[in-house]
Design a protein around this ligand. Structure first.
Ligand code: NAP
Length: 562
């Protein structure tokens, strides 16, 4: 029996998180037949998982919300400057309900295979339950950090207490009071969990392999009056986010590091240390990111702040990173994290000295001794950015596997398209702006651009779009070039594709995953391509009888802002 060539949907969006919700909103507005499939039990992506205590934004809440609807902006009250997971999930549900988007979404739909049918210019999807679907376009809204990577210790399934990766923190409350708890991992997640549970558990033991630079979040409530003020300034706020490299309100200090005196530098740093959010990272001198000496001086300043906060000098020294400078990895923001180590019930184990050998029935064993626990928390990170793609059998033209193509690192055009994989769009793909900016600001750019591309194709009755290998190579070279100036290229972090729990990614061989040129440059580059009739992309017209769904309708709709 020959395979069906009928399209089930014009577009299938994979993922119902922050990007997928906005993507389906635009497609629904255009009247396009589109569906969103998500492997999880409900919408929300990162905010549906990650229910661990302490999970909250490091972005100012009001810069994280969607900007597309004035009504939505006027209705929603962010209660805290850095809002917590339950509220963030409520917000995404509110958006989906307000715009009646749930009807386009299906959950518990894990996409297992995605194969391009060259004869018919369509994608064939297979879902975990065996169901098959076809569509013209696939939009991968799969998130940057959606594939948790537990460690690979021996005996993990033997443990008789409760254990979970932070992404899979149980939905029902976990009884912590009086319990002996282990947290393995001290990245942004571990730091949030540790600070939050330190005074709620019986005993907390932190297993740290490498410390991370971290600084105070300086969170606080947002009153009705403050929210009214924020609402009146939304245009200006989003404009600022649009012109800063990271898509935040934080603008770098444009004075040269060496042009000002040491006293002036210290005065700035004292101010930034007490300022909310990423100010300490992103309002700093730009040399922090590129100049070893400037970075070392600032790192020593932060080390001194840590020493002042941790009573035991030996513990303080263990919490100060030695293998990388401040800000060359993603900076975790904390609330009383360092003070947690002043508590009698909190213990720090340096597993770079005494590695974990195995998980036992009752706890774990390091090279030094046995520990007994009721709960083990794995805060061990994610197979970042390409992980969600690698988990799906994605085959493009000629049966080429994306996983193989990206084995040594991804190569893309604008972070949104891949040569050999037609009609495959990634609004927040590797090498796109989303990966290195305040996420919703980045995804709005990516989703708008992808939607404009689709409208262009529908208006011209094109059925296939694919970037040329030359255009892709130029973009990937540009992405690599952007890394070359950054100290981050030397650090073992997910920005460079390092993950000790993923075979092949554990040796720190650099993979160019994020766009480091800053949001304004990225937006200019992708807009230039669009303005030049998508130069770098080859389009195939439909054969005469082939009429896609909704063509006339969508071609009348105005272009989305990029
Ligand atoms: P992460 O930054 O990759 O940190 C993972 C931690 O686990 C590291 O301390 C790592 O040690 C340790 N680890 C991993 N495997 C281990 C093993 N086998 N044995 C011992 N230790 C191990 O992951 P994350 O903390 O989940 O954060 C990932 C990203 O998520 C962040 O960078 C951030 O972008 C995002 N995030 C955002 C927020 C927010 O916006 N508020 C909050 C949390 C996370 P090594 O350093 O030695 O590898």
């Amino acid at each position: 029996m020959s395979e069906r060539t009928v399209l089930d949907h014009e577009v299938i969006v994979v993922g119902a998180g922050v990007a997928g919700i906005y993507q389906i909103k635009l497609l629904a507005d255009l009247g396009v037949d589109a569906r969103v499939l998500d492997a999880a039990g409900d919408l929300g992506g990162t905010w549906y998982g990650n229910r661990y205590p302490g999970a909250r934004f490091d972005s100012e809440s009001y810069t994280y919300g969607y900007s597309f609807s004035r009504e939505l902006l006027n209705e929603w009250h962010w209660k805290e400057r850095f809002s917590s997971q339950p509220e963030n999930l409520r917000y995404l549900n509110y958006v989906a309900d307000k715009f009646d988007l749930r009807k386009y979404m299906e959950f518990d739909c894990k996409v297992e295979t995605l194969h391009f049918d060259e004869t018919n210019d369509l994608w064939r999807l297979k879902i975990a339950n065996g169901r098959q679907l076809t569509c013209r376009f696939v939009i991968m809204a799969v998130g940057l950090l959606s594939i948790p990577t537990p460690p690979r210790f021996q005996g993990m399934d033997r443990f008789k207490g409760r254990s979970f990766h932070t992404f899979y923190w149980p939905h029902a409350p976990v009884e912590m009071s009086g319990k002996r708890v282990a947290v393995i991992g001290t990245g942004a997640t571990g730091i949030q969990v540790i600070a939050e549970i330190a005074d709620k558990v019986g005993d907390l033991t932190v297993f740290q392999r490498r410390p991370n630079w971290s600084a105070p979040l300086n969170n606080g409530p947002i009153s009705e009056a403050e929210m009214a003020d924020i609402r009146s300034r939304y245009d200006a706020i989003f404009k600022t986010c649009g012109r800063t490299p990271g898509g935040f309100e934080h603008e770098p200090d444009r004075r040269g590091f060496y042009e000002v005196s040491r006293e002036e530098r210290l005065a700035l740093w004292d101010k930034l240390y007490d300022s909310p959010g990423f100010a300490i990272w992103l309002r700093n001198f730009r040399e922090i990111f590129t100049d070893e000496k400037a970075n070392a001086e600032f790192s020593e300043y932060v080390a001194e702040r840590i020493r002042r906060r941790v009573k035991d000098p030996a513990i303080a020294e263990k919490l100060i990173p030695r293998d990388h400078g401040f800000g060359v990895q993603r900076v975790p923001m904390e609330t009383h994290y360092f003070e947690a180590y002043n508590r009698d019930n909190v213990h720090l184990v340096d597993i770079s000295q005494t590695p974990i050998e195995e998980i036992t029935e009752t706890g774990l064993r390091t090279t030094e001794r046995d520990y007994q626990f009721d709960v083990i928390v794995y805060a061990t990170g994610f197979d970042a950015i390409t992980g969600a793609f690698d988990r799906i059998d994605i085959q493009g033209r000629g049966g080429a596997k994306l996983r193989d193509k990206w084995n040594d690192g991804p190569s893309t055009f604008l972070g949104m398209l891949v040569h050999g994989f037609p009609n495959f769009l990634m609004p927040s793909g590797p090498q796109s702006g989303s990966a290195s900016t305040n996420y919703p600001r980045g995804i709005e750019t990516g989703v708008n651009w992808c939607t404009n591309l689709l409208q262009y194709m529908w208006a011209h009755n094109y059925v296939r779009a694919e970037p040329t290998p030359e255009a892709q190579e130029r973009w990937t070279d540009h992405v690599k070039q952007m890394y070359s100036a950054m100290l981050m290229r030397k650090a073992k972090s997910w920005f460079t594709g390092y993950n000790s729990n993923v075979p092949g990614h554990e040796h720190g061989k650099i993979r160019y995953l994020v766009y480091n040129g800053g949001a304004p440059k990225y937006v200019n580059k992708i807009n230039e391509v669009a303005e030049e009739n998508y130069q770098g992309i080859v389009f195939t017209p439909a054969s005469p009888p082939d009429q896609h769904q909704g063509g006339e309708k969508v071609s009348l709709v105005e272009k989305m802002p990029s």
